[in-house]
Design a protein around this ligand. Structure first.
Ligand code: DGL
Length: 266
């Protein structure tokens, strides 16, 4: 039987669904409760205090649903509020920044790593700290990309305006001879094909969502929290505004249809 409680995964909007997709593929028998704060997205341009307050409200919501593991599928909340969330939660807490940093260090050869993220994530310096923890001799070049989240929430994954914005943001990083680029925001994997075009074929694109699924699988096993392989999972999605719109873009992000999208008050 194992532990049939759900895994709680959260983000400010649709971005965290890139993590949900990876977790569904890696752990297909685990139930998931997702929370996307669509009424208040984007978080990345807000103050540390506000981001922490919102992150704790979502944490409380998911803990009340009795989740067995919390995954912060939002780099912005992880960068700013991880210690506060960890303090609040009796269940294990995983964050995408640690996952992304580990994967970047595993992939880089030259140690020259670019990181793109929201202003809050980049200003926190959390990626540089985390990458240096795993590899001291590395050079981290960061760039905040505040327009990417609204463009993704708009569904403009392959739009000429998004391409022009990406060229503008990435140019400074490309002059630094990076060999890896961390997608330091869970919305950005939805721009992967476009970003690949802009940066060319030779730079590793580091997607923390994939790394996170592997780390989640390990922790469930180590902590004896995994469900047995024969059980059938439940998926529930909570949002704070316009579930229909979330569903349209969310289905693209997940690569499957979504049922069970509900409005939540926190
Ligand atoms: N998906 C969130 C992240 O990973 C960002 C979003 C936001 O600005 O709300 O940082």
């Amino acid at each position: 039987m194992g532990d049939s409680r759900a895994i709680g995964i959260f983000d400010s909007g649709v971005g965290g669904l890139t993590v949900v997709r990876a977790v569904m593929e890696r752990l297909p028998w685990e139930s998931i409760i997702y929370f996307g704060d669509t009424a208040r997205v984007p978080y990345g341009i807000k103050s540390r205090e506000t981001i922490t307050e919102y992150a704790l409200q979502i944490t409380d919501f998911l803990l009340q649903k009795n989740v067995k593991l919390l995954i912060i599928a939002c780099n912005t909340m992880a960068a700013v509020a991880y210690p506060a969330i960890k303090l609040r939660s009796p269940t294990p807490v995983l964050d995408v920044i640690d996952a992304g940093a580990r994967l970047a260090v595993a992939k880089t050869v030259s140690g020259r790593i670019g990181v793109i993220g929201t202003p809050a994530t980049i200003n926190s310096n959390a990626y540089a700290r985390s990458i240096h923890r795993y590899r001291t001799e590395s050079f981290v070049f960061s760039q905040s990309c505040p327009l990417f989240v609204p463009l993704v929430e708009e569904g403009w994954f392959n739009h000429p305006i998004t391409r022009a914005v990406a060229q503008e943001y990435l140019q400074p990083l490309l002059t630094e001879s990076i060999d890896s680029l961390v997608l330091g925001c869970t919305h950005y994997p939805l721009l992967k094909p476009l970003l690949r075009e802009v940066i060319g074929g030779s730079i590793h694109l580091i997607d923390s969502a994939e790394a996170m699924a592997e780390i989640a699988a390990n922790i469930l096993r180590l902590e004896n929290l995994a469900v047995t392989e024969s059980s059938s999972p439940d998926y529930e999605f909570f949002v704070t505004d316009i579930p229909h719109r979330f569903q349209t873009i969310g289905e693209y992000a997940l690569g499957r249809s979504m049922t069970n999208v509900k409005m939540a008050k926190i």
